[in-house]
Design a protein around this ligand. Structure first.
Ligand code: SF4
Ligand code: SF4
Length: 429
């Protein structure tokens, strides 16, 4: 029996369903399938559910929505797929409509929808939302405040656990820092919206590393969100609006490159042509922006890293962020950068390419699966003998650190760039 057809995709998108030959080679790469062994939580199963929903063969029900919601959009299935199925284009087209149809809004929880749409994309609001906890920590009442915060409804409680402690008031980064040594060019460092609040140390480390490599570094005092947060909230129109705002701003800049240390932002910015595909007036500007856009690891690999001299006698392991590995296809470069640090030993992490469960706002919307994946990642890290876990995305850092702590392990989780900055800091310019 065919149902009415409330879920529509363009003919171009529908064609992408046909690329799937149901071989199942993507199943072992899918974190949710690995955890549940349920076909409906696999890429092949989800493609089948989406197509059947679009065709009107099955009802666009809460159960279908649940299986699609559980998808991390980590895109590991795309990396594994020999037929080149563009899974993300399918889920990005179907899931927002299905969520609207089932819940009457883009996310299951109205509180989460509010947080992701109206707090996360705005750094000042993020800073204000973590201020009470940071104040409590400063006066020694952090433990009590955490307990109270955890009692807040659903995602609000989870948010206080996900966002880390930090200084009460963080100074903004310098608008301009000149290159050190022979000048090689200029970059605009994109700090990210949540990133600019929760990873100020990382952004400062980026300035150290980029200037030591001969680049003038510019930052923006009011950087618009790239749209990734709206995309996580199943809100393609919101993502396009944010992207358009950022493109307008970046198109006026004459920096040689735009560089991001956050894999999720980098992936979103490189996909601007897809996000703004139906807004032709932006096409030229988007092309110009994307041409200059680089993940910071990619950038340093491309221009050639000035070898850091400071020794770091430590054994570390590296976790591949999905948005770097699967969305930007960057895996070797961060490892090559780490191998240039004298004294550092890099050991392999089992299942390094399996998502840690952070996936943007996934640890707020799917806390159970996020926790399972976080614990699995920690279990793998513990087998390596490393004393530090290194990654290249702030979301992964927060998620892994949180689950290491929960497992009673006080192991630092740091960004590749923070290690490079540490090494540079030990040697004169
Ligand atoms: S998505 Fe690719 S790997 Fe997975 S079942 Fe379809 S064709 Fe096979
Ligand atoms: S995007 Fe990730 S979680 Fe979703 S189906 Fe593909 S591999 Fe599984």
């Amino acid at each position: 029996m065919r149902h009415s057809l409330p879920i529509h995709v363009s003919p171009e998108t529908y064609d992408k369903f046909n690329a799937c030959v149901h071989c199942g080679l993507c199943l072992p790469a899918c974190p949710t399938y690995v955890e549940t062994a349920n076909e409906a939580d696999s890429p092949r199963g989800r493609i089948h559910l989406m197509r059947a929903t679009v065709d009107g063969v099955i009802e666009p029900s809460a159960i279908v929505n649940e299986h699609l919601d559980r998808c991390l959009v980590c895109r590991a299935c795309e990396t594994a797929c020999p037929s080149g199925v563009q899974y993300h284009a399918l889920i990005e087209a179907v899931r927002p409509q299905l969520a609207q149809h089932v819940h009457g809004r883009t996310l299951q929880s109205p509180i989460l929808e509010f947080v992701v749409k109206h707090i996360f994309p705005y750094p000042r609001r993020v800073a204000l939302s973590v201020l009470p906890l940071r104040l409590a920590n400063a006066v020694g009442l952090g433990g009590l405040a955490q307990k109270v915060a955890r009692m807040m409804p659903g995602p609000l409680g989870a948010m206080t656990e996900v966002l880390p402690d930090g200084p009460i008031l963080s100074r903004s980064l310098p608008a301009f820092t000149p290159a050190l040594g022979e000048r090689r060019g200029s970059v605009l460092l994109l700090q990210g919206c949540v990133g600019s609040v929760v990873s100020r140390d990382l952004n400062a480390a980026c300035i150290t590393v980029l200037t030591r490599n001969g680049f003038d570094v510019h930052t923006l005092s009011a950087e618009p969100c790239c749209g990734a947060m709206a995309a996580h909230a199943n809100d393609p129109q919101g993502a396009a609006d944010f992207a358009a705002q950022l493109v307008e701003l970046l198109a006026t800049r004459d920096d040689d490159y735009f560089v991001s240390p956050i894999a999720g932002c980098g992936a979103q910015l490189k996909a601007l042509d897809h996000v703004l595909h139906d807004q032709t007036r932006y096409h030229d500007k988007v092309r110009a922006v994307v041409r200059k856009m680089r993940d910071i690891n990619e950038f340093l690999g491309e221009v050639g890293l000035r070898p850091p001299q400071g020794r770091i006698e430590r054994t570390v392991t590296y976790h591949d962020p999905c948005h770097l590995l699967n969305a930007q296809r960057i895996s070797e470069t961060p490892r090559q950068l780490l191998r240039q640090i004298p004294g550092l030993t890099l050991v392999a992490l089992p299942e390094t390419d399996l998502c840690c469960g952070a996936a943007g706002t996934y640890n707020l919307s799917q806390p159970e699966m996020a926790a399972q994946l976080g614990q699995r990642k920690v279990g793998n890290i513990q087998t390596t003998g490393a004393t530090e876990c290194i990654t290249a995305n702030v979301g992964c850092q927060l998620q892994i650190e949180r689950h290491l702590k929960a497992a009673g392990q006080d192991m630092p989780v740091r960004h590749v760039i923070e290690l490079l900055a540490e090494s540079y800091a030990k040697s004169p310019v």
